[in-house]
Design a protein around this ligand. Structure first.
Ligand SMILES: O=C[C@H](O)[C@H](O)COP(=O)(O)O
Ligand SMILES: C=C(OP(=O)(O)O)C(=O)O
Length: 357
């Protein structure tokens, strides 16, 4: 039998339907360059975020924005409002916009704007990469740093230069592939606790990613490559609750802080007000944000950051709806803009009160 690229062997790829080439990272970066002004913002904000996460800056990091981006225009509209709010509270809060393009699913579902930008199963990933990168540049132009979850091991090659903070989700926090990836990322990265509520896997993720790793990857030309990384020492834990219930309460935070401190990490964690900490209810999420603001104001230490899922409209809608409501999440329910302003201002007031106390 003749060995060809289309038919390299009889026994492999029996379930692969097709391969189609992606543009290389260098092509996309060349089409949509970061440029000096945005680069300066990314550099500055990464270092400010690292300072907050290590307790060298007494502000609170707030990663806030839609559960997922499905409509770049609505995301940019949101970014314009958030940029103004971020300026208003900048003495107390360091605001990073959640601009999530990759969605890890419990089973199956829409996997985000990069995977399926038309939301219709056409999976135009090259278009998704370009749309995502364009949006990142546009958000940076508003003066707002951006946070993304990294899911596909090669996607950071196309966008990570524009990202100031990264996340590894609950479903991948225990994955060696993702820990290796983080070890080479240039920005601070948060590891979520596992979906079962286990915090140690996130602590282990931080420890693993702080190390040098050698692994399979791709280079900027899109070639398969051996990647060697130096390790990322700016990693932290995110408490998102689990199947056993929430873990945003003071006792859970103190216990997580003890776990991170035990391995020599700064004794600080981020608390996700959404996901299993809100039972995916946006109404409950607003209450969790208010509770966290109150506790920070009362002098509780240990919380360096808060994550909030927020969009223009409250709630969520099905991605399959015939007509989508503008500015409403197609994944998890988000708090709406008015509630977001209230919550962010409450967190800022909490930080001020905590400093006085
Ligand atoms: O943040 C988003 C979701 O919680 C996550 O992607 C899992 O979603 P699913 O359980 O609807 O698949
Ligand atoms: C998927 C997310 O969260 P988690 O990994 O905590 O479920 C998310 O933050 O979008």
């Amino acid at each position: 039998m003749t060995i060809t690229a289309e038919n390299p062997t009889q026994t492999a790829d029996r379930r692969v339907l097709s391969y189609s080439p992606l543009p290389t990272p260098i092509e996309i970066l060349g089409e949509l360059p970061l440029g000096e002004a945005r680069e300066a913002l990314v550099e500055r904000s990464r270092s400010e975020i690292a300072d907050v996460l290590a307790g060298r800056d007494d502000r609170l990091l707030v990663v806030v924005g839609p559960c997922s981006v499905h409509d770049p225009a609505a995301a940019l509209d949101y970014a314009g409002r958030l940029a103004a709010l971020a300026r208003e509270v900048s003495e107390d809060l360091l605001i990073v916009m959640r601009v999530y393009f990759e969605k890890p699913r419990t089973t199956v579902g829409w996997k985000g704007l990069i995977n399926d930008p038309a939301l219709d199963g056409s999976y135009d990933i090259p278009r998704g990469l370009r749309t995502a990168r364009r949006l990142l540049l546009d958000v940076l132009d508003l003066g707002l740093p951006v946070g993304c979850e990294f899911l596909e091991p090669t996607s950071p090659q196309y966008i990570a230069d524009a990202v100031s903070w990264g996340a590894i989700g609950a479903r991948t926090t225990e994955s060696q592939v993702h820990r290796q990836l983080v070890s080479g990322l240039s920005m601070p990265v948060g590891f979520k606790n596992g979906t079962d509520g286990e915090v140690q896997v996130a602590v282990d993720g931080c420890r693993s990613s702080a190390s040098r790793h050698v692994f399979f990857g791709t280079d900027a030309e899109g070639r398969a490559a051996v990647v060697e990384t130096a390790g990322n020492t700016d990693c932290h834990v995110i408490l998102r609750g689990g199947t056993g219930g929430p873990n945003h309460d003071a006792a859970s935070v103190a216990s997580a802080v003890a776990s991170v401190a035990k391995v020599g990490l700064p004794g600080l964690v981020m608390v996700d007000a959404s996901h299993a900490n809100s039972g995916k209810s946006h109404e409950r999420q607003a209450e969790v944000v208010a509770e966290l603001a109150e506790r920070i104001g009362a002098g509780e230490d240990g919380i360096s950051g808060v994550m909030v899922e927020s969009f223009l409209e409250a709630g969520a809608q099905s991605v399959d709806a015939a007509e989508l409501v503008y500015g409403k999440s197609v994944t998890d329910a988000c708090i709406g803009w008015d509630t977001t302003e209230e919550g962010v201002r409450a967190l800022a007031a909490g930080v001020r009160a905590g400093r006085r106390g």
